[in-house]
Design a protein around this ligand. Sequence first.
Ligand SMILES: N[C@@H]1[C@@H](O)[C@H](O)[C@@H](COP(=O)(O)O)O[C@@H]1O
Length: 260
Amino acid sequence: MEVVIAPGSELGRLAASAIEQLVRSQPDAVLGLATGSSPLAVYDELARRHTERGLSFARTRAFMLDEYVGLAADHPERYRNVIEKDLVSRVDFAPGAVRGPDGLADDLVAACADYEDAIAAVGGVDLQILGIGTDGHVAFNEPGSSLASRTRIKTLTRQTREDNARFFGGDVDQVPQHVLTQGLATIMSARHLVLVATGKGKAEAVHQLVEGPVSAMWPATVLQHHPHVTVLVDDAAASRLQLAGYYRETFASKPDWQGL
Ligand SMILES: N[C@@H]1[C@@H](O)[C@H](O)[C@@H](COP(=O)(O)O)O[C@@H]1O
């Protein structure tokens, strides 16, 4: 696991560079997209590179991590609509190239299985962008999630609904209780995981993710078993890391050509 501690403004550029390198060398790459505030700087930077440098996603496919169950098709907080606004509408993905779990399906269990099949059918995700919840969830894999889980229905914790209430006018009761989410094993199948976390509120989750014991109580800790993980954090999110000095030194002495 590589930990990079850098100013918030730099984190988006680092993640975007990893994506640019992948997409330029492999235009039909498969990306994994996350919603939430953490990846926004990455998406802003990708949109800028698309406009200014001609970075194209015309042959790239993408899969989203998760979706609320039951939000109307035109609800602004439906993750499919959020990613459309934050990234898809600003670059040049082909129609239908970006997919998410169908939180409006009549048969949610079948929709989860179909989603797993769709990811497998394109050969899996090459680079997955991730955020992390204050309770250590990734996607919507809440504490207690099986470390071997696949895409399925989950019930959100009160904590996550309170954290996400800011997107629903501050009203926690408007945040759906149920979601469809890629499982931890689904996420672990991606070839490169790039997790972005900023702010003091994420410091304990980041400490557990990088330095804690692997446990379903902090679902993100399963990433310690993945061979290629990049954790991009600002100073505040890094503030509880015990080996912060070592991570800083390691990154400072890394040759440029190595990439993330
Ligand atoms: N399902 C999403 C996660 O994918 C995201 O990583 C997390 C953190 O969100 P944010 O980046 O807004 O703090 O919360 C949400 O619940």
